[in-house]
Design a binder for this molecule. Structure first.
Ligand code: SF4
Ligand code: MG
Length: 326
């Protein structure tokens, strides 16, 4: 099946005064099929949000391609971008800051229909009311202002605003991390059911492995601007192959400890600065099993026996470039 969204060798360099560049994103590739959720995880500063921002056209890539249905949107002008922008919608982290306080909830949710010239007048109002119901809000709440809603309800408004133009892809960057834990599950479950109903493709960016495990079909793990492991969620969680993924997962509490026997792996040190990242495998300064080759050579992504792709010199596999995307 053709992918809805393909990211190919994407890179973003930010200039740093007097220090050259930060390679925030460096050679990131993945694709997302219709109706699929890809979870993009990693610690803060790993570049996952920068990937999202490039897809949303908030940053231009320094290199690489972003394809929506095979059409490269990197470098597209605003005008040519408009129809693509409808196909790719965003849900932001902060449900407090991302909604205009001077507009009613109905006007906020209906605005994208106006911008894209898709509806007006009664038809628009009807569409807004239907979308309110879709996300679990009442149409009579359309006349309220954002501050009259709770955090969870505001995130439902953001979801409604993204869905109303019937997009094919949604990029959600930490969409629940500003919410109370008690509310997170209901918003995640809403996203899952809407996604099934509408056949949406979702790029779900998060630092939270438990949330990512709950929502994703496939997962990509980033470290210092690169994908270090990518593959089906079940495989990646049951048998993580990259030492970094293993460390991240070892810190996730499990409800039934016998289901996933895992010793806690505590990594030494902090994530190094992306201005001067370690040579070779960026992870070698913290990796419990690093060898000499790790300091010298960048490990390519290889497909390993369990099915996922892993960038580690000490894992046996076939170089992934030759056998297509995971
Ligand atoms: Fe560790 Fe070396 Fe593998 Fe990098 S390539 S994860 S340093 S063993
Ligand atoms: Mg971020």
């Amino acid at each position: 099946m053709q992918s809805v969204l393909t990211v190919d060798s994407l890179a973003k360099r930010f200039p740093v005064r007097g220090k050259g560049f930060v390679n925030a994103v460096n050679g990131v590739s993945f694709d997302i099929a219709p109706g699929e959720t890809l979870g993009l995880v990693g610690e803060s500063g790993c570049g996952k949000s920068t990937v999202g921002k490039m897809i949303m056209k908030l940053h231009e890539p320094s290199d690489g391609a972003i394809m929506v249905h095979g059409k490269n949107i990197a470098g597209l002008s605003r005008k040519l971008m408009k129809p693509v922008r409808r196909q790719v919608q965003t849900i932001f982290q902060d449900p407090y800051g991302s909604l205009n306080p001077r507009m009613t909830a109905g006007a906020i949710v209906g605005e994208p229909l106006k911008i894209h010239g898709l509806a007006s007048g009664r038809e628009l109002t009807k569409k807004v009311a239907e979308t309110f119901e879709k996300v679990g809000l009442r149409p009579d709440q359309m006349t309220r202002f954002a501050h009259e809603f709770s955090g969870g309800q505001r995130q439902r408004l953001s979801i409604a605003r993204a869905l109303i133009v019937e997009p094919e892809v949604i990029v959600a960057d930490e969409p629940v991390s500003a919410l109370d834990v008690s509310i997170q599950a209901s918003v995640i479950n809403l996203l899952i059911s809407l996604q099934k109903e509408m056949g949406l493709s979702l790029l779900f960016i998060s630092h939270d492995m438990s949330v990512v495990e709950h929502i994703s079909h496939r997962v990509a793990v980033m470290y210092l601007g690169r994908i270090v492991e990518i593959g089906p969620r079940k495989t990646l969680f049951a048998s993580p192959q990259h030492p970094y993924t293993q460390a991240l997962l070892s810190a996730v509490p499990v409800a039934d400890p016998s289901a996933r026997k895992r010793e806690r792996i505590v990594l030494k040190g902090d994530v190094p600065s992306p201005v001067n990242p370690p040579s070779g495998c960026h992870f070698h300064t913290r990796c419990p099993i690093a060898e000499d080759i790790c300091r010298q050579k960048v490990p390519p992504l290889k497909r390993v026996a369990s099915g996922q792709k892993v960038a580690c010199h000490l894992r046996e596999g076939v170089e992934a470039g030759k056998i297509g995307a995971a």
